[in-house]
Design a protein around this ligand. Structure first.
Ligand SMILES: [Fe+2]
Length: 270
């Protein structure tokens, strides 16, 4: 069984960045995420990080991220979100074909899955888009490894409901339509997104769209009068079962233990 983690919206800020817009202790959340990933059983084969890796896109914060992942034996396949800065990422993660300031689009085969990451960030904008060159590159990447199941990681979720979605919250309509036609007829396990800081699964042209809340904060979905940002941090454990992809959302905050039942006792329950 292939197991991977979906993490997103890490919004890491290095202490020396003095980031006044930082909402929570995202470095502590990152450390906890790494500690949890290393003790999960079974261990994840890889991690997909779908953007907003840092809060302000500065080099020091990417460096902190790179240092935390150094010696970490689980591959992390990442792309960028609207809070990231391409130049900042390239300066710390060298060797990418789009350096020094191009979009972080790239693919890899991990755990028998073809992972295609698309950079939907648009400098200066909150909403997302893919330009013509990116669509061409995406088509080329998606054409590779036709025998392997695919994952598409993209920070901005596609626009599912044009009549209700705020413009800032998704990919623009043109990019959404073009991405939909690129995925048609391919074996795509899921599209993995973030940006809106909530856990949500929806079907999109027959493909599950998995949005995970991320490590910085979430929103109070009972409030409709405003966007109320509240505490919340989590990630998703994704297991590729014989029946398809299983996604389990996991809160990352240190939980208060209420009761503990041993695995031996659990096995004995009928
Ligand atoms: Fe975010």
């Amino acid at each position: 069984m292939t197991r991977f983690l979906h993490v997103t919206d890490l919004h890491v800020s290095a202490p020396q960045t003095n980031d006044a817009t930082r909402q929570t202790d995202t470095v502590a959340a990152l450390d906890r995420l790494i500690e949890v990933a290393l003790r999960l059983d079974p261990r994840p084969d890889f991690i997909v990080a779908s953007g907003d890796l840092t809060n302000v896109g500065d080099e020091a914060s990417y460096r902190l991220l790179a240092e935390r992942f150094e010696g970490f034996d689980i591959p992390v396949h990442m792309t960028l979100g609207n809070h990231d800065r391409r130049a900042g990422w390239h300066s710390v993660f060298p060797g990418h074909h789009a350096a020094p300031d191009g979009p972080v689009d790239h693919d890899a085969v991990l755990g028998g899955v073809h992972v295609v990451a698309l950079d939907s960030s648009v400098p200066g904008r909150v909403s997302g888009a893919l330009d013509d060159e990116q669509i061409e590159r995406a088509a080329e990447m998606l054409g590779r490894n036709p025998d392997l199941p695919k994952l598409v990681a993209i920070h901005h979720p596609p626009r599912l409901d044009p009549s209700r979605n705020f413009a800032w919250a998704t990919l623009d309509q043109h990019s959404t339509d073009r991405l939909a036609s690129l995925l048609e007829g391919r074996s795509v396990l899921a599209v993995l997104s973030g940006h809106v800081h909530m856990n949500r699964v929806a079907m999109w042209h027959g493909v599950p769209l998995v949005v995970t809340m991320g490590q910085q904060s979430t929103v109070d979905l009972t409030r409709t009068d405003a966007l109320a940002v509240v505490e919340g941090t989590g990630f998703a454990i994704c297991d590729l079962l014989p029946s398809g992809l299983q996604t389990t959302f996991v809160p990352l905050a240190e939980p208060r233990l209420i009761k503990e039942i041993s695995v031996d006792r659990l096995r004995a329950f009928s």
